[in-house]
Design a protein around this ligand. Structure first.
Ligand code: NAD
Ligand code: IPM
Ligand code: MN
Length: 358
């Protein structure tokens, strides 16, 4: 098969990790008889520098003409928090998610066997294992509500961000979560703040209705503050965790750290139509950019998710995961997952070692 892939390398460590992931894709292609054509798509801070806006015209159309999109990361201190949204790299990320209809963001957090000692939790907690799938709603909620900033008469400046969710938005992400649970350990934990937020009360009532439809799946409600605590107390209790956009953003960074490092966690953003978008959950890591220090594993595993969810090629996906595990089992570590004093390798060498295992 020949696949056309849009590459949004982006900013900071984005180009470094995407570079390694592309080489892994090519190695998989060679082994399994697939070929790829890549199209670079300019987006993020680099696009502001090149053409004056983070989301140049035609960005979504270029991606839609491809079978899948691979994204590194966008943003960085260079671009700050400009008041003009076109001059903010992160605006582009929200736009591409919206324009491609990518409402379901799958963020699997699993403790890889060789990294048990990179887990910062108690040994007996880590030994229970971690293998959860965070299902984050990605195109609604406070990220996409009306934003305002205005002067009041007596309280100085004021700002507001509106959070809204419709029945349709909650139902479709809920169904994704229950369907995924059926392929896993048959448990859904729905995270909300129904003791305070109206959006959460709507969310919860719809999830309850769905849970009756999916009666073969165990279901629970967890308040978001408790969920944050349970994730470090005993993450083994979770299978599929479904939640709204901002809670999912925060909880997935937390989940990444309990599995060792944010440099390990991939993600798939999918909607009802192709293409899906695949990206590590981490950002552009300006503190280590350009130093060959970034861990490319999150992006390489994102390519694995691309094979699994966009191309329906599970053997290719398994091969990538096994190659990553084999390299980790041999003790190779980038700086983010190394113990203090342990010898480390760089981005390029990690990519190369994984490729050689394929
Ligand atoms: P970050 O994820 O970029 O970095 C947080 C910390 O994790 C840093 O110490 C960094 O060095 C480390 N880290 C991240 N990825 C790593 C990797 N692959 N290997 C080793 N260490 C890694 O988060 P931040 O610093 O809050 O954000 C930096 C910029 O990235 C901001 O502009 C933010 O908006 C943007 N961002 C973009 C995306 C995206 O494009 N999807 C995601 C998150 C943040
Ligand atoms: C992520 C990022 C983005 C988000 C930012 C950069 C807009 O943190 O992909 O997790 O909050 O969704
Ligand atoms: Mn995030």
């Amino acid at each position: 098969m020949n696949f056309k892939i849009a590459l949004i390398r982006g900013d900071g460590i984005g180009p470094e990790v995407v570079g390694e992931a592309v080489k892994v894709m090519e190695a998989v292609g060679k082994k399994f008889g697939h070929s790829f054509s890549f199209e670079d798509v300019l987006m993020g801070g680099c696009a502001i520098d090149a053409v004056g806006k983070s989301y140049p015209e035609g960005t979504a159309e270029k991606c839609k003409a491809c079978d899948a999109v691979l994204l590194g990361a966008v943003g960085g201190p260079k671009w700050g928090h400009a008041s003009d949204p076109e001059k903010r790299p992160e605006t582009a990320l929200l736009s591409i998610r919206k324009d491609l209809g990518l409402y379901a963001n799958l963020r699997p957090a699993a403790l890889r066997p060789a990294l048990a000692d990179a887990c910062p939790l108690k040994k007996e907690t880590a030994e229970k294992g971690i293998d959860l799938m965070m299902v984050r709603e990605l195109t609604g909620g406070i990220y996409f509500g009306k934003r305002e900033r205005y002067q009041t008469e007596d309280r100085g400046e004021e700002a507001s961000d509106r959070m809204a969710y419709s029945q349709m938005e909650i139902e479709r992400i809920g169904r994704r979560a229950f369907e995924l649970a059926r392929l896993r350990r048959h448990k859904v934990s729905s995270v909300d703040k129904a003791n305070v937020l109206e959006t959460s009360r709507l969310w919860r009532s719809i999830m309850h209705r769905l849970s009756e439809e999916y009666s073969d799946v165990e279901y629970e409600d967890v308040l978001v503050d408790n969920a944050a605590m349970q994730l470090v107390k005993d993450p083994s209790q979770f299978d599929v965790v479904v939640t709204e956009n901002m809670f999912g953003d925060i909880l997935s960074d937390e989940a990444s750290m309990v599995t060792g490092s944010i440099g390990l966690l991939p993600s798939a953003s999918i909607g009802d139509t192709a293409p899906g978008l695949y990206e590590p959950i981490h950002g552009s890591a300006p503190d280590i950019a350009g130093q060959d220090k970034a861990n490319p594993i999150a992006t390489i595993l994102s390519v694995g998710m691309m094979f699994r969810y966009s191309f329906h090629l599970p053997h290719e996906a398994d091969a990538i995961e096994q190659a990553v595990d084999a390299v980790l089992a041999e003790g190779w570590r980038t700086q983010d997952i190394a113990k203090s004093g342990e010898q480390t390798i760089g981005t390029v060498q990690m990519g190369e070692l994984i490729r050689r295992k394929l």
